[in-house]
Structure formats: C-alpha cells, structure tokens
Design a protein around this ligand. Structure first.
Ligand code: GLA
Length: 391
C-alpha cells in the first residue's frame, strides 16, 4: 500500500470518513559540509531529502488537537487543548511547541485539528526528523488557517520551539533546510545574516550516499548544549579581550591564529578551532564546486570529519569506523559525519560504478568492527515543506 493510502486508512479508522482532509509533506535533510557552525554564525551547505514526514489533517470545530503517528502507535492518540500546551516528553511535543510559539506570536488559531503522521526518515539518525515534524506542523497551521506566515518565519518559529519548548539549543540549519529546500539543489546558507543561495548539485558520475550507523544518538542533546556553551565561552573570552566580533565565524583562520591565545580554556580553544576552520572549509568547498572540482570538495569533507573527531569531539567509535571504511574504498570521493554527531549518519560522495562494492565492503567491515548493521541510502535531493493536496 502506498503512503497516502496507508495514512488515509488509519485516518478513517481513528477519526471517521468525512471530506475536507489535507495532505502535507516536509522532508528530512542531510548536511554536506559546515557542521556545528550554524550557531556560530558560519556557512552551512545542507540539502532537503526526498524522504520526510507526511501528515493528513482535518479541521475540528472545537479547540482540541488529536495527533496520531503511525511510527509511534504505542503512544496512541495524543490529545490536548489549544489552551493547555504542556510538554509531556513524547513526539507530540515537537508539534505542541510549534503551535505554542505561533500562538504566542499572536496568530489566530481558531480550531483544533485531527492529524495522522507518518515519517520515513530513520528517526534519531541525524537526518532531522524533529525539524521535519516542527516545520510540517508550522506549514499545516499556516495553510489551513490562512495565517500568511512566510516560510522563513515558520523556520524561525520552529527553531524557537526546539530551543524553548524542547530545550535543545539548536541552530537554524535543519529547520531552514527542510523548510526552504529545493529539488536537486543544496543551500549555501549564511547563518549570520540568513542570506542564502541555491547551488545545483551535479556530481557527474558520482552520487551522495548516506550511511546510517544505526547507533542511536544517546545523550546527544546535553552534549550538544555543552558544545554550544564552550563556543560561547570562547567568543566571550575574545570579545572581553577587545576583539570586535559577533560570532566565532566572523574570524578568518588567519585572524584567528593571531587572537586564539585569548581563549582561556583548552577545551573551548579546541571547539573554536573547529568552528573557524570549518567555516573556511565551507568557503573553500564552494570555490571547488564552482570549478566542478569534486575531488577537492571530497577532501574538504574528509578534513571536516577529522576536525569534528579531534577538535569538536562529536563523532565516536561508530561514526569514525564507518567513515574510515568509506575512505578506504576506491570509489569514495569524500566522507564525513553529518548532523549533530554522537551516532546517527555519515555522508559520502561515491562514484556511481563503485556504489555496490562500497555498500558491501563498508557494510561488512562495519558489522565486524561494531556488531551493528549499517543502512545505506542514495540521497535524492527534494523540495522543502509543502501541501501536497486536498483529499
Ligand atoms: C543539529 C542541529 C543543527 C546543527 C547540527 C550540527 O542537527 O539541529 O542546528 O547545529 O546539529 O551542524
């Protein structure tokens, strides 16, 4: 059964068979380069994927929300009223958070909704299943209630929901990528100004292959917040020493070398080295792409992984193993972890005629080293969040 029919069947079973249903989709994302620098005012280069989160919804005539996810049937229907948007530590919080932030910004949400969700993003894999759900909820409210909120604001409200309601101090990259993505393009986003441009991704005879370590990102949220705090400490040390910057990534690598001694803690220094050098790598990788120099792009991906491993310390045994095995394959142009790290996915660029061997060899070696089965997906770059139609 296809996704729409599976969801329709569930919707009818739970909420009855009447008309006026709407069908929505928001993708996941993969980041090609520019990791852990969105919250340091750096450049990132993510793209939206063709898999993501779907919703079928219908307006109610009271102010109750009933949410059901085919992925989490054990949570049954999550029901709440518009007036009581409290965190309950289940997946529905991502929706509640967005409803709350949009409501707090004085948009009129006149009715509640019955919604069935289904996602095909492997969850907890670092491909932004949570940002996908947040931006999806924002898109649903915006469209069903004609709120006329520009997508960039849905993106910002979704990030705010994650920061304030969920309690993860994430940057804006994920919500931006899943809200603003464009088929066959990656987005070069300046996270300081939110200026962006779409870059067509044509890898000639190669493809983007996502490698899922299937190691869940345990404790990722608290470690993520720690990394962010270390960067803020480094920034404060520099600012207190008279360096006039707003973000770590305002510094070129050259300038950073001159001022880095102002950073007091060894750990914050390491984090700052990553942030500043990663930003430089993104800029260099854009120059390489402009010249269709995929080889250099791949090398910069490898360097990004090494810095995330040694300076930012967000990789871990599973990610390091899978990336190392990817580097060992002849057809690999570049490979690195992607997303927050601590497990989840890595991304690689692999020559098309080597992909079968790549999957087999990397999968076998990884299984031997970790006793885990990796999954591999060839990434198709899709569009951002949208309504698919009326049902
Ligand atoms: C998570 C966050 C993003 C970004 C990445 C790391 O995905 O949600 O804002 O910081 O980690 O690049």
């Amino acid at each position: 059964m296809d996704i729409k029919n599976l969801m329709l069947k569930k919707f009818q079973e739970l909420f009855g068979n009447s008309k006026n249903k709407e069908f929505y989709f928001t993708p996941g994302r993969v980041n090609l380069i520019g990791e852990h620098i969105d919250y340091n005012g750096g450049f990132v280069f993510p793209c939206a994927l063709s898999f993501g989160t779907y919703a079928i919804c219908r307006k109610r005539n009271d102010q109750n929300f009933n949410l059901f996810s085919i992925n989490f049937p054990e949570n049954k229907i999550i029901s709440f009223n518009l007036e009581e948007l409290k965190k309950t530590d289940v997946w529905g919080d991502y929706c509640k958070g967005v409803i709350k932030i949009i409501k707090d910004n004085n948009f009129d949400i006149p009715f509640g909704l019955d919604i069935v969700f289904y996602g095909n993003i492997p969850n907890g894999a670092g491909l932004s299943s949570s940002a996908s759900l947040e931006v999806l909820m924002g898109t649903i409210l915006n469209t069903t209630f004609n709120l006329n909120i520009p997508m960039i604001d849905i993106v910002k409200y979704s990030q705010k929901a994650e920061n304030e309601f969920i309690g993860v101090s994430c940057g804006i990259m994920d919500q931006f990528a899943v809200g603003m993505g464009k088929k066959d393009h990656a987005i070069l986003l300046n996270c300081n100004t939110l200026e962006y441009e779409y870059a067509p991704i044509s890898l000639k005879d190669a493809s983007i292959v996502i490698m899922n370590t299937n190691k869940r990102r345990g404790l990722a949220d608290s470690k993520y917040n720690e990394r962010r705090a270390s960067c803020e400490d480094a920034l404060k040390d520099l600012q207190n020493s008279g360096i006039k910057i707003k973000n770590l990534c305002d510094l070129s690598l050259e300038k950073f070398q001159e001022v880095k001694h102002f950073i007091k803690s060894e750990e914050s220094l390491l984090r700052a080295i990553h942030a500043v050098s990663e930003n430089e790598r993104v800029l260099n990788s854009m120059k390489a792409l402009e010249k269709s120099d995929i080889e250099t792009f791949g090398k910069l991906m490898n360097e990004s992984h090494i810095s995330l491993r040694d300076n930012y310390e967000v990789t871990g045994f599973e990610l390091d193993s899978i990336v190392k095995f990817a580097w060992e394959e002849v057809g690999t142009i570049g490979a690195r972890m992607t997303g927050a790290g601590f497990g989840g996915c890595a991304v690689s660029i692999v020559k098309n005629d080597c992909i079968d061997d790549f999957i087999k060899n990397v999968g076998d070696k990884y299984k031997k080293a970790t006793n885990l089965e990796a999954d591999f997906y060839i990434a198709n770059i899709g569009d951002g969040s949208k309504k698919l139609g009326d049902l």
